[in-house]
Structure formats: C-alpha cells, structure tokens
Design a protein around this ligand. Structure first.
Ligand SMILES: *Cc1c(COP(=O)(O)O)cnc(C)c1O
Length: 221
C-alpha cells in the first residue's frame, strides 16, 4: 500500500465536503502511522485501549487520537488523559465513568453516542428508543466533564447499497431530530461519524462529518 498516496487521495475526496478523515490504524505499527502523518494526516482512530495507549507515546504529540471501538468502564481511566474523541459511547454508565475520570485530570472529553443502525445483531450501540430516552432523561446535564458532540453508527456489512444508504439516512434523521430538541449545554449535534472503506461514498452523500477509513489507507489486516 502506498500510504502517502492513499492519504492524499482521501484528503482530496473530502475537500469541500465538511467531512474529516479518521485514519483507522488498528493492527498497523507506528512506522505506518508515521507515513500517514508525514503525508499530512493528523487524526487517527484505534479500536482497542491497550493498543492505543501503547502507540500514542511513540508518535508525534499533535496527533488527534480517536477511540472508535467498544470501551469497557475499567479502561476509561487509561484513555481519558489524551483522547480527542470517543466515538463508541453506548451506555449511561460509561458516560458517567468518562465524566468521573475526565474530572480527575481536569479535562472535558468529547464523546459521540453510538447508535445501532445495522440489521446485524450486536450488543453495542443504543437503539433509537434508548437514545431518545437518555437524551430526554436529564441525566446528561449533570456530567460537566463530558461533552456529547454527535452520533456514530456502522451500517450493515453488505453489498446492498440501498440498505446501507437507508441505514445512514436513519442515523442522519435521528441526528437532525435531536438537533431540533431542547438540549442541555453539554450536548451539541455537530459530528456524524459514519462510513468506512467500503461504504464511505454513500456516507458522504448522506451527510457524514467523520469517515473512519482503515483498509483503503493501510491495506488489509
Ligand atoms: C476497523 C474499523 C473501521 C475501519 O474499517 P475499514 O473497513 O478497514 O475501513 C471503522 N470503524 C470502526 C468502528 C472500526 O472498528
């Protein structure tokens, strides 16, 4: 894989579209990440806490690290000091733990709420009803060391483009609906994280502001 070329390609793809590239570097060594960095990429996504914490100190300090994978409450403490955005918050319990640990290090940590939009069964992500319930519960406003800045979702892993599109549309509709609601000051709908290597073009058309691309930049895992 020509990482430099791939980064250049994606930066051009996204130009003028109001969408940023999260280069998903999971399983790839720091040297490969440095190649992407040298091509101008500054936002990287990892899905495992241990791997993220091992790589972060080995790479330039101006990298914006995003956690995109499932986060267990007992690992929150390790990422909160430096993480720029957590894409994968899927419970109130997790939000409360991020809030608690962020307060200890005097940070306000930006988070996205992960929504389950795919047809596939998964235990991760809020469904629409749970999401609305949480937002309307009034329980978030007290969490003053977190900031909810949007939603994240993963479409069904499928060749069926219309299915993928309808799932992204569903997430975008939810995003717009929440935007119109009366929200506490620590919720602001501005980021919509959707789209990966195989479906980013559809995600862009449906209003993504953050695409998470791994394979098409770094090659297979
Ligand atoms: C691995 C991963 C990606 C990137 O997937 P590719 O198909 O390699 O682009 C995006 N989002 C999440 C949550 C991931 O775990």
């Amino acid at each position: 894989m020509d990482i430099r070329n791939n980064i250049t390609f994606f930066l051009r793809e996204l130009e003028g579209k109001g969408c940023r590239l999260v280069a998903v570097s999971k399983t790839h060594p720091p040297e490969k990440i440095k190649e992407a960095y040298d091509a101008g990429q500054r936002v990287f996504g990892e899905n495992k806490v241990q791997e993220l914490c091992a790589k972060q100190p080995q790479l330039p300090a101006d990298i914006e690290w995003h956690l995109i994978g499932h986060l267990q409450t007992n690992k929150v403490k390790q990422v909160v000091p430096f993480v720029a955005l957590i894409h994968s918050v899927d419970s109130l319990k997790l939000l409360e733990e991020v809030n608690k640990q962020a307060k200890k290090v005097n940070r306000v940590v930006p988070c996205l709420l992960q929504v389950h939009i795919a047809a596939e069964e998964t235990k991760f992500g809020f469904d629409e009803e749970e999401l609305m319930e949480l937002i309307q519960s009034g329980k978030i406003s007290a969490l003053d060391s977190i900031r909810i800045v949007g939603l994240m979702g993963m479409a069904t892993f499928s060749e069926n483009k219309e299915q993928v599109r309808s799932e992204f549309k569903k997430l975008k509709t939810l995003f717009e609906k929440i935007k119109t609601m009366e929200l506490p000051s620590n919720i602001e709908m501005k980021e919509l994280s959707m789209g990966m290597s195989q479906d980013y073009e559809i995600a862009l058309e449906e209003g993504s502001t953050l695409v998470r691309i791994g394979t098409s930049i770094f090659g297979g895992r």
